[in-house]
Design a protein around this ligand. Structure first.
Ligand SMILES: [Zn+2]
Ligand SMILES: [Zn+2]
Length: 285
């Protein structure tokens, strides 16, 4: 809740006029508690998870020879019933794990100093903080994911996520509830190191979810602009991790490729890449 009753009070406190975005934020948040604003996150996670995989679902349903060129594992076809079944199972995990995690993590948000106050952060502040969050989460996720591939972690927790050897958009958060909590905690590390505004936190959760859905989409489109982000792994990188399955000791990182390169866990993938490239060259000869 903002410590001002009127726009004039807010402007007097900042010593300047509010920007358009700040006026909107004031009108929306002034009478809402910080807890309620934080709980918006659960709503965003639900909405974005329900909507973002839909284009991939439609593509999968209208598969043709042309579309198959972009499908990473073209021999696998998912029916509408399969995909909706995945969606339903994830929704159950959302209710069991994500909603309580969201509700009870509010003290952490207060402790690390996520603010709802004015002024709003600038675009460059938001960009830099999101960059830090991605790098920190990617590093933490690499090691936690690698740990989950140890015998106990895999058999008791992580094998659920690997039921999909050819992932689909809806399968991005398809996992054991314990995995959702373990990897969910990694998402808080960046905001702990560089705490920002609640809007930045919302954006972080939304963009991270968008990335996870794209990574699990099962499609590698050449025009995807994300390919231009340095060291970005994308769908083809993570798809290989699912393709190899439980025995996979390759491609653990969630977003970028450099951790697997540095720690030598991308050898199988690089061999496959070289093999595929050579196969294509031979086909063209
Ligand atoms: Zn894995
Ligand atoms: Zn995955």
């Amino acid at each position: 809740m903002l410590p001002y009753q009127t726009l004039q009070e807010a402007e007097a406190s900042l010593g300047r006029n509010l920007s358009f975005a700040e006026t909107l934020w004031f009108k929306y948040s002034a009478q809402k508690s910080d807890y309620l604003l934080y709980c918006h996150n659960t709503f965003f996670l639900f909405i974005f998870y329900s909507v973002l995989p839909l284009p991939y679902m439609f593509i999968e349903l209208v598969r043709s020879h042309k579309i198959d060129r972009f499908k990473i594992q073209p021999k696998i076809q998912n029916s509408l019933a399969d995909m909706l079944d995945c969606y339903k199972k994830v929704m159950v995990t959302f209710v069991v794990a994500v909603v309580p995690l969201q509700i009870f993590s509010f003290p952490v948000i207060q402790m690390i100093g996520i603010r709802t106050s004015l002024p709003l952060p600038s675009g460059s502040d938001i960009f830099l903080q999101l960059l830090v969050y991605f790098v920190v989460e990617d590093y933490a996720n690499y090691w936690l994911h690698r740990l989950l591939h140890q015998k106990w972690g895999y058999e008791n927790i992580h094998r659920v996520h690997h039921e999909y050897t050819a992932p689909i958009g809806f399968a991005a958060p398809y996992a054991h509830w314990a995995e959702i909590i373990i990897l969910g905690m990694a998402s808080f590390l960046g905001p702990m190191i560089a705490p920002g505004h609640m809007i930045t936190f919302w954006l972080w959760m939304i963009v991270r979810q968008m990335e996870a859905i794209e990574t699990h989409s099962g499609y590698d489109f050449p025009w995807n602009p994300l390919k231009y982000i340095p060291f970005y792994g994308g769908a083809i990188f993570h798809d290989y991790h699912h393709f190899v399955g439980g025995k996979s000791q390759s491609n653990f990182a969630s977003v970028f490729t450099y951790c697997d390169y540095i720690y030598g866990t991308n050898k199988g993938y690089r061999y496959k890449e070289a093999f595929e490239k050579r196969r294509k060259e031979l086909k063209q000869m």
